[in-house]
Design a protein around this ligand. Sequence first.
Ligand SMILES: NC(=O)c1ccc[n+]([C@@H]2O[C@H](COP(=O)([O-])OP(=O)(O)OC[C@H]3O[C@@H](n4cnc5c(N)ncnc54)[C@H](OP(=O)(O)O)[C@@H]3O)[C@@H](O)[C@H]2O)c1
Length: 335
Amino acid sequence: MRAAVCREYGPPEVVQVEDHPAPALGPGQVRVRVHAAAVNFPDVLLVADKYQVSVPPPFVPGSEFAGVVSEVADDVDPTSAGAVAVGDRVIGTAMVGAFAEEAVATAATVQRIPAGVDVRTAAAFGVAHRTAYHVLRSVAALQPGEELIVLGAGGGVGLAAVQLGAHLGATVTAVASSPDKLAVAEAHGAAHLVDHRAGDLRPALRAVLPDGGDVVVDPVGGALAEPALRSLRWGGRFVTVGYASGEIPRIPLNLVLLKGVQVLGFQFLAFATNAPDEAERNEGELMALLAAGRATPHIGATFPLDEAAAALRYVADGRAIGKVVLDIAETAVEN
Ligand SMILES: NC(=O)c1ccc[n+]([C@@H]2O[C@H](COP(=O)([O-])OP(=O)(O)OC[C@H]3O[C@@H](n4cnc5c(N)ncnc54)[C@H](OP(=O)(O)O)[C@@H]3O)[C@@H](O)[C@H]2O)c1
């Protein structure tokens, strides 16, 4: 099969597309003919060996895919809840392996794509929307009428948080680095737009939120985190989700003391492991929103599999608006 392969750690350009053995089908797994894969910031970090976990090279990067089931391991119970069969359209997530014509995943972790949703949209829907929804629904416990500030609002997680925050009834302030990103955030429900490259963030946020915000969602970190936290009102919630800026912020604790702020964190695996019932409820709600067309990822750029390195570079440089998708199969299978 054709696959994008990382043979040594480094910048996105180390990833080369080549003929590569198809992955073996293990017990409890399904094989998927991949039609589209989403490119995520953690893929860039894994290739650079800067992620929380290391995958030894050579490996095929890519953690989210959508396609058609082509094989099911003998030991998979076809009568189990949510079981999939050959020919089903599915989405799946894994640590690595998605940037290839074939991927394998544990049967219990793939989900059928709702009727009416195309494979490219399905591929782009996974990690970013799920992260944003778990953060808003469970960690921040966002309430209708609250003021939500989203950093990195043009990125995958940020734009999903804008869309889902508006869906949950909050008034959303989007913070991003360009008018193009902010225009897309506005189209997805942001009421206030702040370009952090246009001046200091703290006065810009005070201008649109004179009484302060209730919740900050921060997938960026770096120099934006502290002024965003300072922009919360008494008792506000600050959720740290990621550090796309490359810098883990250090917040003076006196700010937390003075404002009675709650600083909260979200990590996908830890949440799914420690709050399985809540995670399952959230996933069900989110799939229903996708099926109803009420939560749709914005695909800002697509690349062919042969340009996987360029797609990773595009994400690494923070140029992506919404999601970046690799088109892998020649003919996309539609619903
Ligand atoms: N905790 C979890 O479980 C979890 C789950 C998913 C993702 N994450 C993390 O969340 C972060 C964002 O993920 P994402 O998928 O939203 O990424 P993304 O689509 O690439 O967006 C990242 C945003 O960060 C900003 N940014 C600032 N400096 C940057 C730089 N030097 N390079 C790249 N981006 C920069 C950009 O916004 P501006 O317009 O402001 O420049 C960009 O839109 C990543 O660190 C990822 O690892 C964590």
